[in-house]
Design a protein around this ligand. Structure first.
Ligand SMILES: [Zn+2]
Length: 171
């Protein structure tokens, strides 16, 4: 990878990180306004990403979790893995990024595939990795997979993609 590509990719990740932070700020603000029915995007995102749970008590719990992510996520560091690298963390097809589960002081690895996503998707990917790193959540289904929409509320609470996709949709 040339130095020019490397520095462009670094700038992209830096912008994605800022967008991820404002995504969380906006989702936290919107969930704070939630009264059980509106804002509609909060209700729809809760229902879609947390197995149909849309009560205000449940929303408060999600808000607390988003706050923790908003506090810790921005502390994460990134290592961009070059195209063609045989680095294990990016070695299987379709991998966009990896974080050591529950290990706070190791950089999140950004794989070449990451840069094929849209800006909002890239920011949601960063939040997804923050959830692994700081929330210790697992990969129990990605949005778009059949298993994801069949997941129970309890499963989605320990899944990583649920929180990231919620923030993307509720922003
Ligand atoms: Zn994951």
């Amino acid at each position: 990878m040339t130095a020019a590509i490397q520095s462009t990719q670094k700038q992209i990740v830096a912008a994605d990180r800022l967008r991820a932070i404002s995504m969380l700020d906006s989702a936290i603000n919107n969930i704070g306004l939630y009264n059980g029915t509106s804002p509609a995007k909060v209700k729809n995102a809760l229902s879609k990403h947390f197995g149909g749970a849309t009560s205000t008590a449940f929303a408060k719990w999600i808000k607390i979790n988003l706050h923790i992510l908003r506090t810790l996520g921005p502390l994460a560091e990134y290592e961009i893995i070059a195209t063609g690298s045989s680095f294990w963390a990016c070695d299987s097809p379709g991998v966009i990024a990896t974080a050591f589960w529950c290990v706070p002081f190791v950089a999140i690895r950004i794989c070449p595939e990451y840069f094929n996503q849209t800006p909002d998707e890239r920011s949601a990917t960063l939040i997804h990795e923050w959830v692994h790193k700081y929330g210790c959540n697992l990969d129990l289904g990605y949005e778009g997979e059949t298993s994801y929409s069949n997941n129970s509320t309890v499963t989605q609470l320990i899944n990583a993609d649920s929180f990231a996709q919620f923030a993307k949709d509720a922003q």
